[in-house]
Design a protein around this ligand. Structure first.
Ligand code: NAP
Length: 289
């Protein structure tokens, strides 16, 4: 076991005491010594999730590109946050971060692939091809690269939870958001494949599909967003779903109902209803905003 001195954190040795999982009840209890890896922890939902776990006493690996925001989080919760300023498109950097976190804190109990980008795209514009590639690389491949370093280790340990943040936008193809919708549909299918692959291994895979949440991502949406949640409330509900080890959840539940309706809507009716839906604005994806 690595001592708290070696970890340089001044944290208790309970950090390495193993996951607190009760398979009979399927409930995961975050407590002191709980370890969570979160991508996109510099803002929005990822930051709110990190804060909720940190308030419960967890040790958190906070991953995103904007170092200063990660450092601000670390300053808010001294001794509990390991910051990794990196781009989740960089598999080697993620592997290095995973190695470092495991050597300092131990194998994480929960890994949340939350980082994502959203931008309007239209296939008719050649300049949007780069935006398509970026959205797919971050929202889909970034999720794969986030989980990759942990899967075999968790399988060997016989426990661990991998959480992917997908979206209701992945249920049907939304006009003007083709890249985003396609990326979230891919994420939903990918997470299902992974869940089946890890069936009976002790490793849980959880798909969370948020509706609308008040974050920078939705700040300039030029349309009404039904049942939009405050970011802290969304994070609270997601932490609860993760604790319950729910394999799949739409948050809030009202968007789950809308999503279920959307899925069964016949194609001709869906096309007619959504052909006039307002589009997400097209713009160049920003590098670290
Ligand atoms: N907001 C909603 O209504 C909504 C609805 C459904 C699903 N979601 C999903 O929820 C997740 C979080 O969204 P949000 O609303 O919190 O968005 P946000 O406020 O824009 O935050 C996105 C986070 O992802 C990080 N990120 C983006 N690209 C990255 C990259 N290449 N490498 C590392 N980090 C990266 C950003 O950090 P840096 O810029 O510092 O790298 C930031 O921390 C996303 O997957 C999103 O698709 C959101």
């Amino acid at each position: 076991m690595i001592s708290s001195k070696d970890r340089g954190l001044g944290i208790q040795d309970s950090v390495n005491s193993g996951a607190i999982v009760f398979p009979e009840s399927g409930i995961l209890h975050p407590e002191h010594g709980f370890r969570v890896v979160i991508t996109g922890a510099s803002g929005g939902l990822g930051l709110a999730l990190a804060q909720q776990y940190l308030k419960q006493g967890a040790i958190v690996a906070a991953i995103a590109r904007r170092k200063e925001l990660l450092q601000a989080l670390a300053a808010e919760f001294p001794g509990q946050v390991h910051c990794y300023a990196l781009d989740i498109r960089d598999a080697a950097a993620l592997q290095q971060a995973a190695c470092d976190f495991i050597s300092r804190a131990g194998l994480p109990d929960v890994v949340i692939a939350n980082a994502g980008v959203s931008v309007g795209t239209l296939t008719e514009y050649a300049e949007d091809i780069d935006a398509f590639a970026e959205v797919m690389e971050i929202n889909v491949l970034g999720m794969v690269k986030t989980f990759q370093p942990f899967v075999a280790l968790m399988r060997n340990a016989g426990h661990g939870t991998l959480v992917g943040i997908a979206s209701v936008a992945g249920f049907r193809g939304l006009p003007g958001a083709s890249a985003y919708s396609a990326s979230k549909a891919a994420a939903i299918s990918y997470l299902e494949s992974l869940r089946v692959e890890l069936h009976d291994s002790g490793v849980k895979v959880i798909t969370l599909c948020p509706g609308y949440i008040k974050t920078e991502m939705t700040a300039n949406n030029p349309y009404t967003m039904p049942f939009i949640l405050e970011v802290d409330e969304a994070a609270r509900r997601m932490v609860h779903a993760i604790e319950r080890q729910t394999a799949y959840a739409v948050i809030p539940w009202q968007m789950g109902m809308i999503g279920s309706l959307l899925k069964i809507l016949p194609r001709w009716l869906y096309d007619r209803l959504f052909s006039r839906a307002p589009h997400k604005p097209r713009k160049r994806l920003s590098q670290p905003h």
